[in-house]
Design a protein around this ligand. Structure first.
Ligand SMILES: [Zn+2]
Length: 201
C-alpha cells in the first residue's frame, strides 16, 4: 500500500522504498526514474488508496487508452515496434539468433513474418483468391492495413473482410511462438483450419 512507503512530515512527504536486495549499478537509472515519477504524483492525505488509470476517462483502464498513451495518437492501428520479433529484440539489446520460425531462414522482421514469409504468404493468397481479389502486396504491414479497407453492400462480408489481417497476424504470431517455445508445428492444412475457426468464432 502507498501508506507503507510514504512518510509525511509537516505536510511534506517523502518515499521510503525498501528493496529486498541492494540495487545493481544498471538499475540505478530506473530507480531514479521511479522516484521522479513518484514525486510528480499529488498525494491527497487522509483519503483511501485506490487505483486510477490517468490516461483513461474516469480513471478506468482500457487497451485503447493504453495504446493511445504509448503511441501518442490513435492513428496507428497497431504498435508494431512492440512486437517481439527478432529485429525488435535486437533493437532492445537482446541478442538472439536471426531466425524465422515459419520459413526457417534468416531475418525475422514484422513485415517478413506477417507478410512476405513464404511460410505465411500462402495464407494471404488463399484469402485473396477466395475473395477474387487481384492484390499487389505492399512492402510494409502498415500499408496493407491502410489499403485493406473496402466497401461492401453486405455488412457481414465487410466485417469479415476487415477481420482478415488481424486474424492472420494473430494466428501467425501464435504459430510462431508455438514453434519457438514449444518445439511443435502445425501443418499448412491445420493452420488454415485454425485460421478459419478463429475468424468465425
Ligand atoms: Zn519466414
Amino acid at each position: 500500500m502507498v501508506n507503507d512507503v510514504l512518510a509525511i512530515h509537516n505536510g511534506n512527504y517523502s518515499w521510503n522504498i525498501a528493496f529486498e536486495r541492494g540495487l545493481q549499478d544498471l538499475e540505478l537509472d530506473d530507480y531514479a526514474l521511479l522516484l521522479t515519477s513518484l514525486h510528480e504524483v499529488h498525494i491527497k492525505v487522509g483519503e483511501d488508496d485506490r487505483s486510477k488509470w490517468k490516461s483513461g476517462r474516469d480513471g478506468i483502464y482500457s487497451v485503447c487508452t493504453y495504446l493511445r498513451s504509448i503511441l501518442g495518437s490513435t492513428e496507428s492501428s497497431f504498435p508494431w515496434k512492440m512486437t517481439l520479433t527478432v529485429d525488435n529484440l535486437h533493437r532492445k539489446g537482446f541478442y538472439v539468433t536471426e531466425w524465422c520460425y515459419m520459413c526457417k531462414r534468416d531475418g525475422e522482421t514484422n513485415d517478413h513474418l506477417f507478410l512476405h514469409c513464404e511460410g505465411v504468404r500462402w495464407l494471404w493468397n488463399t484469402i485473396l483468391t477466395s475473395q477474387h481479389m487481384d492484390w499487389v502486396m505492399p512492402r510494409r504491414m502498415e500499408d496493407v492495413l491502410r489499403a485493406w479497407s473496402r466497401k461492401f453492400r453486405d455488412k457481414d462480408s465487410g466485417l469479415v473482410w476487415n477481420l482478415f489481417p488481424g486474424c492472420i497476424v494473430w494466428c501467425v504470431w501464435r504459430e510462431r511462438n508455438i514453434r519457438c517455445f514449444e518445439d511443435q508445428a502445425k501443418t499448412t492444412e491445420q493452420i488454415r483450419e485454425w485460421f478459419y475457426m478463429t475468424l468465425y468464432t
